[in-house]
Design a protein around this ligand. Structure first.
Ligand code: ZN
Length: 478
């Protein structure tokens, strides 16, 4: 009964923090035993999830961005150029001060983000209006000396998978349109992960250091806290001024450029596994799953016929591009089910002598547990159809969950009461002092003003009682 004991020891998802840590370990996503705080190691299985996730963002960006790669080290004089930017990051920067035993003439920062690495080169690359828009991105590691409690995939000192895009435009409006486009790309990216995200414009005190404004997307985690899983910043011309990024317009005049940057990280994976996972382990959208189908032969005496049928199915599915595996190891079927459920394999196919009599297989969905007997003759199409259904159902379920956990609140008491369950939407007069007081009083954060909310909002600010023209999302955040 070894497998039953193992099942009993896996924590229920309602104990979210414990469940999350155990999931990363048992499903072999991250190993937390690396001997530096805040640095974690990808298991190969976790890394193949990462590959599939980042293939999606690459595909979305490659339509009109180009991928690039800049150095990890940024010289101090470049890093210190933009005053607001430094203020935002100076407590988080790791510095390289020595080459061997010799002190360096110029200290080198490990990038916490790459504006100050990329923009000195943009000064050289952007010459004329014909060079614009310039849209580059890179997927790199970045380092931040986090002083808060670190957590794998969520709060790291080495962010291993930072996708940062940096764009240059002729006008402020062009840059603003690019910020909107970035958010559309992120919403589509998360849709493909089966994750609904909430875009909102961050309040001024929470925007990116040096930016005109920031729009972020948040995901609602199972414990009711939100996780910021993507940001897009309008940088105006402030970095262009600092780094002297200008272009020659058609009249021959030198004009300051306008810029944006936008990023996502492995938090995308944290949100995906947290939102879809269940008491049995990982649940993955088929597009993401490293193994999409596992075939389990059910063998009683002579297994030749069954194994042959399994191999035929494997070959049929494999040649359709499906990532499929036969588990013909010595474990009993129950132990195999447990293992592949933990790994989030979207579909399990069981083939035994009784199925073969009907020229069929038993097909089991990981997300619902639903079992159906499927004719072998049509197995490929049946599986592909189920992939679509699984993705659609995961997304719909997550959307229902988010919608049922956004609460319209009129008073601070109501906000306090609802926050343990999810997100409060509350009126705000727009005055910074009221916003900060609200955050302090209820011990939670203003995410921001939902983008695309209707303009005719009327109500009272719950802090000062003045007329409010906007509503904001308020939540406990990671
Ligand atoms: Zn107010």
């Amino acid at each position: 009964m070894a497998e039953q004991e193992k099942e009993a020891s896996f924590p229920a998802k309602e104990n979210f923090s414990e469940w999350y840590n155990e999931l990363l370990r048992t499903a072999e996503i991250m190993d937390v035993r690396y001997p530096v705080k805040g640095l974690y190691v990808w298991h190969p299985f976790g890394f193949s999830i990462r590959k599939n996730v980042y293939a999606i963002i690459r595909e979305l960006l490659d339509k009109d961005h180009q991928e690039t790669l800049f150095p990890l080290l940024i010289p101090e004089h470049e890093f210190m150029k933009e005053a607001e930017h430094i203020k935002g990051f100076e407590e988080e920067v790791y510095w390289v001060t020595h080459g061997g035993t010799n002190p360096l003439d110029v200290k080198l920062a490990l990038r916490p983000t790459s504006e100050t690495a990329i923009y000195p080169m943009y000064k050289l690359w952007v010459r004329s209006h014909a060079d614009l828009p310039l849209k580059l991105y890179q997927i790199v590691n970045t380092f931040r000396y986090e002083t808060k409690h670190t957590r794998p995939l969520i709060r790291l000192r080495e962010i291993t998978s930072f996708k940062e895009a940096h764009t240059v435009h002729a006008t402020w409006d062009d840059a603003a349109a690019q910020v909107d486009e970035a958010i559309r790309i992120y919403i589509e990216f998360y849709r493909q992960l089966g994750i609904p995200v909430l875009p909102s414009k961050r309040p001024d005190w929470d925007k990116f250091p040096g930016a005109d404004y920031t729009i972020a997307v948040d995901a609602l985690m199972p414990d009711g806290k939100t996780l910021q899983v993507g940001t897009a910043h309008h940088l105006g011309d402030s970095f262009a001024k600092t780094f002297d990024i200008t272009y020659e317009d058609p009249e021959g005049e030198q004009i300051l450029a306008h810029q944006t940057c936008y990023g996502i990280s492995e938090r995308s994976i944290a949100s995906m596994i947290s939102i879809h996972g269940d008491d049995k382990g990982l649940v993955l959208p088929p597009q993401i799953a490293p193994i999409q189908v596992v075939i389990i032969p059910i063998i009683f005496k002579d297994g030749t016929e069954v194994l042959e049928a399994c191999e035929n199915v494997r070959s049929t599915l494999g040649s359709a591009g499906i990532r499929v595996k036969i588990d013909d190891g010595d474990n009993r079927p129950g132990a195999k089910y447990y293992k592949w459920e933990m790994k989030g394999v979207p579909i399990r196919i069981e083939i035994g002598p009784r199925d073969l009599k009907n020229n069929a297989a038993m097909v089991v969905r990981r997300d619902t547990g639903n079992k159906e007997q499927i004719p072998l003759d049509n197995i490929k199409n049946e599986i592909l159809e189920r992939f679509d259904n699984i993705h659609a159902d995961l997304l719909a379920k997550a959307e229902d969950e988010v919608q049922s956990r956004i609460f319209d609140c009129e008073t601070l008491d109501e906000v306090r009461e609802k926050l343990p369950q999810g997100i409060a939407r509350v009126h705000w007069c727009g005055v910074k002092e009221c916003g900060l007081k609200l955050e302090e009083d209820i011990g939670a954060g203003i995410l921001g003003i939902p983008t695309g909310q209707d303009e005719n909002v009327t109500g009272k600010c719950p802090v000062c009682g003045a007329d409010a023209t906007t509503r904001v999302y308020v939540a406990r955040t990671y």
